[in-house]
Ligand binder design. Sequence first.
Ligand SMILES: CC(=O)SCCNC(=O)CCNC(=O)[C@H](O)C(C)(C)COP(=O)(O)OP(=O)(O)OC[C@H]1O[C@@H](n2cnc3c(N)ncnc32)[C@H](O)[C@@H]1OP(=O)(O)O
Ligand SMILES: O=CC(=O)O
Ligand SMILES: [Mg+2]
Length: 356
Amino acid sequence: MRSPKDFFAPLALGAPAPVREIPVTPSRMIHFFDPGNEKMAAKVPDLAKKVDVLLGNLEDAVRADRKEAARAGLVAIAKANDFGKTQLWTRVNSLDSPWVLDDLITLVTEIGDKLDVIMVPKVEGAQDIHYVDRLLAQLEARAGLTKPLLVHAILETASGVANVEEIAGASPRMQGISLGPADLAASRRMKTTRVGGGHPGYLVRTDPVGDDLTAGRTTYQQDLWHYTVARMVDACAMHGILPYYGPFGDIRDVVACEDQFRNAFLLGCVGAWSLHPVQIGIAKKVFSPSPSDVAWARRVIAEMGDGTGAVMIDGKMQDDASVKQCRVVAELADALAADDPELAAAYDAATKEALG
Ligand SMILES: CC(=O)SCCNC(=O)CCNC(=O)[C@H](O)C(C)(C)COP(=O)(O)OP(=O)(O)OC[C@H]1O[C@@H](n2cnc3c(N)ncnc32)[C@H](O)[C@@H]1OP(=O)(O)O
Ligand SMILES: O=CC(=O)O
Ligand SMILES: [Mg+2]
């Protein structure tokens, strides 16, 4: 373990100083695209105007014989475009793969100044982050970068979940963690073949009435990912980094996708992955608090004055704790509204109505 005194020292001579706070910029959707797929790549300049984060994916979903084309494609796209406030991330290949070393060397050297975050898949423990941390520092120093690259881990192995707290705190580069339900299901030997989402077999049933075990017993489908998302959120909050839900693979089922994203939002996640353009709007809607929730939060904050004591608003008790809950919602709304006049107008209109 590194001494706390050295935690913020660069890991290579000439590398930029690590950040002390993770920048909290909108990242409601991390939009995945294959940079070696010409059709997808052509859509990138336009998509950049619609998403918070664009992610050039080099790992799973890119065929083995297209890995180099994807890497070269991402370099070309990053060099050819200015994405403005939209962040550019990449997902490199896993640390045990034959491609990851060239991914990191090429991307940091060629487009390190354009990239914000490097997503590392299949992280098993702090040792994986330490490896990437040192390598990035060496590459940053050699490339003369002035801003450190941040690292995002995917939580998709059983040992990664067991070690999630140490992963979250392994480096000042740690920006966040995403749930990877597909690889995680495989690693745990779960018996679902779905990419995220629920399963009709994972349920609870109401008790029988009398001797008949079959009649009138309602079942309720449960969330397979509740435990992992909640644990990931706690690990991230403890270390001041950001939690995300990952992929929802049933692209056609926009209704269940919205539900899964909302569960994650309510539990504390700040965003989710969009795998297809249709999921961008879903993530934007879900991970932006609703105007009525924002109006309520602002009203509680206004009526609570200095934030101490207890008051009754519309029959509901508010006190020092609930005003903090309201600040979470109001601060997120302010941050999102700062870059989105339409959202700002919706929040202000609802607040005006609520405050009378
Ligand atoms: C478990 C995990 O690791 S999840 C993360 C890895 N997976 C991914 O990154 C998957 C990314 N998404 C995809 O590959 C695709 O969306 C697929 C394969 C799921 C579906 O692709 P398609 O069958 O082409 O979908 P569809 O026909 O609806 O696409 C409509 C258009 O949107 C484009 N498109 C689809 N997905 C994307 C995307 N993620 N980004 C940009 N454009 C896209 C298609 O190229 C197509 O373009 P066209 O109209 O010019 O032909
Ligand atoms: O990479 C994501 C996953 O679900 O696996
Ligand atoms: Mg995966």
